[in-house]
Design a protein around this ligand. Structure first.
Ligand code: SF4
Ligand code: SF4
Length: 356
């Protein structure tokens, strides 16, 4: 019998060596937790052990000196224990409550805001942007920095009806996730093909297979093997650009930004939901994306004023209905908001009644 090949993927690393010793010791044995103030969490274990967590926001794309500074702060206040969260926050674990205020003061002195817990606007989860990825239509990190500068007060205070999770994705197809408010690149024109390069750069069958609506066909152009796009079918998703860079879809004018709302990953209190499009065609206006910021802040302000305590954005919209959402936010509802793609039967709001 042939010898089985050992799996060579490392998978998710074991978190235990990176966890605070008190967390390791009391894993699965916590009896109580509370939220003493914005940015601070308290956990008590059955053994009587106590752990306070102080969370601060970062700019995410950090140089070595900033990371060393955070490590120095951890050495000084939390016995060297810190962890980076998926939303680019840093959490310091403390076993002595008297160290909380000096730590917060030290973080504030160096420009790290403390907050992002409970019913605040937490740091925006975002994709890589121009620094790390080769296909972005915008700079997710830049959008996040510009927005969080404006949402700083909502990060350090807990004044929202419930927690608010935001996300930013710099292409329409790959990383990113569901969020209460998601900011997502939106291409509005099919890719432009550089036929001189396709034969040398692209594996044409893989590119053809990649298109979700079968809009790409092999073609001979000027005697060279190339590809062509049926523009009536193309949904401008951008999936062909990563395996075939000569199919350029990023465009300074036609790559826009769209806002989606009501997504939720967890099944706490209500079931997980997919976010839905509410604003599209916003300019991809680096370096501060003011039009995107204005729409997000408007939605947050209306949600804050209108939602009942503990309603997430999806719960709030479920209660008031989509027509009232568009009325209250003043966002225009157009025919382009209706999901009429024939493959969308599962998500299309199709019944004997039209419900929007
Ligand atoms: S969202 Fe798309 S462009 Fe952005 S980092 Fe992920 S794969 Fe790259
Ligand atoms: S952009 Fe998307 S739909 Fe259009 S041709 Fe490329 S893969 Fe197909």
């Amino acid at each position: 019998m042939a010898e089985l090949r050992a799996p060579d993927e490392c998978g998710v690393p074991d978190p235990a060596p990176f966890m605070h010793p008190i967390m390791n010791k009391n894993y699965g044995k916590w009896v109580f937790h509370s939220h003493p103030k914005p940015g601070v969490l308290y956990h008590r274990a059955a053994s009587g052990d106590e752990l306070w967590t102080v969370k601060c926001g970062t700019a995410r794309q950090m140089d070595l000196y900033t990371i060393r500074l955070l490590c120095d702060i951890a050495d000084k206040h939390s016995d060297g224990h810190l962890r980076f969260t998926a939303r680019s926050n840093v959490e310091f674990g403390l076993t002595d409550a008297s160290k909380i205020e000096p730590l917060i003061a030290d973080l504030g002195k160096h420009g790290f805001p403390v907050g992002g817990t409970a019913n605040s606007v937490s740091m925006i989860a975002h994709t890589q942007g121009w620094l790390h990825c080769d296909i972005p239509g915008t700079d997710a990190s830049g959008v996040v920095k510009a927005l969080m500068d404006e949402l700083h007060e909502e990060f350090i205070k807990c004044e929202m009806p419930n927690r608010v999770k935001l996300s930013t994705s710099c292409c329409e197809i790959n990383c990113g996730g569901q969020a209460d408010i998601a900011i997502i690149v939106q291409h509005t024109k099919p890719p432009k093909i550089n036929h001189d390069l396709v034969a040398n750069v692209c594996e044409r069958p893989s590119v053809v297979a990649r298109c979700p609506v079968a809009a790409i066909r092999p073609a001979l152009v000027n005697g060279k093997p190339s590809l062509e796009v049926d523009e009536k079918k193309c949904i401008c998703c951008g999936a062909c650009f990563p395996p075939c860079p000569p199919m350029q879809i990023n465009d300074p004018e036609h790559s826009k930004i769209a806002i989606w709302v009501g997504g939720k990953n967890s099944n706490a209190r209500s079931k997980p939901t997919f976010h839905k499009l509410v604003a599209s065609g916003l300019p991809n206006n680096a370096p501060r994306w003011p039009e995107v910021g204005a729409v997000v802040k408007n939605i947050l302000a209306v949600y804050k004023a209108d939602a009942q305590p503990w309603e997430r954005i999806a719960d709030w919209i479920d209660r008031i209905g989509w027509p009232r959402f568009f009325e209250k936010t003043g966002l225009p509802f157009t025919k382009f908001h209706i999901d009429d793609w024939r493959g969308a039967r599962n998500s299309l709001n199709a019944s004997t009644h039209i419900r929007f």
